[in-house]
Ligand binder design. Sequence first.
Ligand SMILES: [Zn+2]
Length: 294
Amino acid sequence: MHVLTLTLLAAIQVSVTRVAVVPRPCTVGPQDADGKRDEGRFTWPCDDYSSSVHGKSFGAHVTRKGSPFRGSWHLAEDVWQPGGTEVRAVADGVVRYSAFSPTWTEATGIVHWNLGNVIVIEHTLDPPEKVGETELAAVCSFYVHLAADRRVQVGDRVARGQVIGRIGVDKSDENGRYPAHLHFGLHRGPYVQVPPSLVRELSAAARSTTGLRFGDQVLRGELDFRMSGETSVLITAKESGESMLFSLLVGSTAPKDPPPDIMAWCEGYGPQETLAEWLAPSKFLRARVGSRRR
Ligand SMILES: [Zn+2]
């Protein structure tokens, strides 16, 4: 997956007036009363996961000259399995996104490749888990380059191990014309949040000579970010007091109609600190999956 830095800004423009209903999350407990959850809270998104991720996948930095993704960080793992391979929810959770992400072209002519069919699931951790220095109350799992027959819709509650879709056919429209594989990522925190990468990126734009620009409005200088309601963030320029309201549910690769609701922080670009917002999937899952699955 890959998204150009400026895509974030371009894409968020469409999000200003969009409203979405967010279902309450269901929790991922350590064990159910019936004792069936003794394998752990998590499972792998597909069979033979570990052996299908080759080399450094998570956190790889694209440096190849001429690559359209040069400078990006790969925030997920690529799982090299054939089209049609079943993909499963890694834990109990609520589906936050299930849609096709189309290709679009900026006014400057830059083409943004689509991601094919994408699903995002939010998993609430109860009790929270300590991961490194942070206490995590939720994580979101991302399943990208899927086939068109997604089996879940936004708001659906899913169980760990439930089949949610399949890997898309090799280089087909449904998977974004990529070689057949699953791009699987785990983002720290809930689906709706003000991610540090978003704050960094918008702040940098506001401090630049052009300012943070949306239509006729421009914010300059230092910014203040505050949640407004459950799904929006109010961004205010400290000096002028001018402000803009953004939905945190939109801001994807495609500012077209209908815009997909991938969160703004589904980004591959930005400074290296962006990586810290994500979990290395193999490392995280290996410590939390029971011994019966690989
Ligand atoms: Zn990938």
